[in-house]
Design a protein around this ligand. Sequence first.
Ligand code: DHB
Length: 310
Amino acid sequence: MINVSTIIAGVKLDGCVFNASGIRCETLTDLENLAKSESAAILTKSCTLEARKGNPIPRYANLEYGSINSMGLPNPGYKAYLKFSKIIKKKYKKPFIASICGMTLSDNIKMFKEFNNTPIDLIEFNPGSPNTIGKPIVGYDFTQMDRLLNAISKVAKKPFGIKLPPFFEPIHFNQMAKVLKKYPVKFITCVNTLGHGLAIDPKTERAIIKPKNGLGGIAGKYIKPTGLGNVRRFYELLDDKIQIIGVGGIYTGTDAFEYILAGASAVQIGTAFLQKGFGIFETVQDELTQIMKAKGYTKLSDFRGKLKTL
Ligand code: DHB
């Protein structure tokens, strides 16, 4: 028997594949559909203190090898998710993960406190979207991250993890790992989109999306090697003490297998979920199971993190 279940921050997931935040997870209907699907958890759209309409459209586009978006955090505000979590957890046993992305330190503290009193299982804290106009990506500011994590750690009663932007320099991996280790961070999710990419339609000579003069977060196949590199580097730096959830360009069981080999304890699907629909969770997990069977692995820990180098 092949077992693809996993435990994240003490919470048991029946599978290791679930939705990435941002994709079909904004409304109660979206979350209920995830509850009924083969997604191993229900992760919400990142929420803010107040409801937001987001950026002007078009703000998402499929590209040849993935997608570009500059959504601008459209969401009904955290109070809606407090309510949704109660409704969903009453009906379904599946782990529920709230994604929080406050605009300020005090917004984040407020939301963490409020989620303490809900039946949610975990929090994925998102320290900044690449698409919020006028706001830098906080994940690239290590001093700010330290301040944020210090404040959050004091109020959070739910286990939490951090969604990280992609890093590209050894010193940045080291600095981030050092900050993470100071606090009770249970997991990190690697990686958010590659910020500030540009997609152009050569026929019209125009940018493809409207916000930020066409600049947006790049996802899908373009970013898999970056995602894998980030998972691997943090797996080495965090000594397996902080778990890693891999995300970025997962379309197949082979992609998921590679992320787990690099050190991931679970994987999320974003662009491929939008492009291929709910069946993607079952497809990826079935393909992963077949790969494990062919290789004689019966559980994720048989190969998790065991990447060989030359
Ligand atoms: C948005 C995009 C992100 O990559 C993110 O982490 C949060 C929000 C957005 O544009 O809505």
